[in-house]
Design a protein around this ligand. Structure first.
Ligand code: CDP
Length: 227
């Protein structure tokens, strides 16, 4: 069957990963959450007190980071491992979210992550979500979706997710984090968050997960040539 690359980009917490994961499962494709790579690198930098303004220190740290996605046979989710440790839950912590956009803005970090993303996608049959997947990582992707949602709806969704793990998280913290990340991600010099011209815009403010998945599946099947 004709395998394609599906790139899903968009603002923080608008449900990209949820949709990408479900879509990949239905198509029997690989799902890669590119944000998980930036989050894992950030966790390593926090743990090892890396000074991000020091180019040499950053380069040296990246040499010590080995990232892998491994299938969890119970949940059937692809989880991220760093240097032999499953960090998939740890990287979702607000402390990582507070630092990730500064780290993801660094040229060496982007080169490191993008090279691995392109390798993983070389065989096609992949759904990858992030900020620059359709614009930079796979500009030739057969299907590009740009997801957006009302900012307050995004805050509410992310608050619910984070509070399930840590009830002390406040709405203000989450609102500030999303606003700061959206600002840094869309104004950074390298690969800023942009809506590719050839992307389909999906505003899911008023859509259920099933409704958005139906839309994405229809677009994917059209591109694959399945009807
Ligand atoms: O899921 P959420 O929207 O919170 O973000 P994420 O996909 O986990 O990404 C975390 C951060 O990684 C983003 O805020 C960006 O700073 C960075 N990122 C990026 O620069 N490029 C990507 N392709 C994916 C994520």
């Amino acid at each position: 069957m004709n395998k394609i690359v599906i790139a899903i980009d968009g603002w923080s917490s608008c449900g990209k990963s949820t949709m990408a994961r479900q879509l990949a499962r239905l198509l029997n494709y690989i799902f890669i959450d590119s944000g998980a790579m930036y989050r894992a690198i950030t966790l390593f930098f926090i743990r090892n007190h890396i000074a991000i303004e020091k180019v040499d220190e950053v380069e040296k740290a990246l040499q010590d980071i080995h990232l892998e996605f491994k299938l969890n046979s119970t949940t059937l989710n692809n989880e991220i491992w760093m240097n032999g440790e499953n960090v998939d839950t740890l990287i979702r912590d607000i402390k990582v979210a507070e630092r990730v956009s500064e780290v993801a803005a660094l040229a060496q970090v982007r080169d490191f992550a993008v090279a691995q993303q392109r390798l993983i996608g070389a065989q096609k049959g992949i759904v990858m979500d992030g900020r620059d997947i359709g614009s930079v990582v796979f500009p030739e992707a057969e299907l590009k979706i740009f997801m957006t949602a009302d900012p307050e709806i995004r805050v509410t969704r992310r608050l619910k997710e984070l509070q399930a793990k840590d009830p002390s998280i406040t709405v203000e913290e989450v609102r500030k984090n999303l606003a700061t990340r959206d600002h840094i991600d869309s104004t950074r010099a390298i690969s800023p968050l942009r809506q590719p011209e050839d992307a389909i815009v999906l505003d899911n403010s008023n859509l259920t997960p099933d409704q958005q998945l139906d839309l994405a599946l229809t677009w994917a099947k059209e591109r694959i040539g399945l009807h």
